[in-house]
Ligand binder design. Structure first.
Ligand SMILES: [Zn+2]
Length: 236
């Protein structure tokens, strides 16, 4: 059977505009990882969703996950400022989301891809969250039931992945009863450049391809759940 989680990191407004309603209409709850201090501001030259947008997500059954406070690499923070600074990032990012939007903030998503966490950082996450996730650029599946909820891995899905390859991934998920977390960043009708780089953004998915993914998932009948739902269901 398998499970698919649709996840978005960074809370870009463009992504919200293109995907939020589409997912709601299709009855697919998604996990939005939002860096708490960037709500209503810009991150990497891109607008981040407003408080009102977050409320829309909460009211429509989507999950809000913490993605740190300042969107820095937590391993860098740990090495330069120590454990206390990481704990503060983890705790405050959750507190702000809970205070502003209520609901259950139970999942943590580590910012950045490479060298961004260690087992001691995952242990710190376990003080505040029921699970934590990292992301990779290669294909990664999680076994069901999940053995370590603090080592969940998401796969970054971009425009570079051909549809045929994507369909094969989903087949594996279904046949082997695995959990695939599809991680999207910028989903829009055009790519944009990040603040500190001149090349087009690597983690871009064209909205037309995103729509194809959604209809393919629906055609397979594989359950789509949020990160929190998968962990909660498992703990019942
Ligand atoms: Zn991020």
């Amino acid at each position: 059977m398998g499970i698919i989680t649709i996840a978005f990191d960074d809370g870009y407004k463009d992504t919200f505009k293109h995907c939020a309603e589409l997912l709601t209409e299709n009855g697919i709850p998604a996990t939005f990882a939002i860096p708490s201090s960037y709500i209503g501001k810009t991150l990497e030259n891109r607008d981040v969703i407003s408080e009102e947008d977050v409320k829309y997500l909460v009211n429509n059954g989507h999950e809000i996950a913490a993605h740190s406070l300042t969107h820095r690499n937590m391993l860098d923070v740990f090495n330069s400022e120590g454990e206390k600074a990481v704990k503060s990032e983890m705790k405050r990012s959750k507190d702000i989301l809970k205070e502003k939007f209520g609901g259950r903030i139970e999942s943590f998503v580590f910012p950045f891809i490479k060298n961004n966490q260690t087992s001691s950082l995952r242990t710190l996450a376990s003080e505040y969250y029921t699970s934590s996730r990292i992301s990779t650029e290669s294909f990664a599946f999680n076994e069901l039931p999940v053995k370590d909820p603090y080592s969940i891995t998401g796969t970054c899905i971009t425009t570079d992945i051909p549809m045929a390859e994507y369909e094969k991934l989903i087949e594996i998920v279904s046949k082997k009863d695995l959990w695939l977390i599809e991680v999207f960043h910028l989903v829009s009708d055009k790519n944009t450049k990040s603040a500190h780089r001149d090349a087009p953004y690597r983690f871009f998915t064209h909205i037309d391809e995103f729509k194809k993914h959604i209809s393919y998932i629906k055609s397979t009948g594989i359950p789509t759940l949020t990160q929190r739902q998968v962990i909660t269901r498992q703990n019942l």
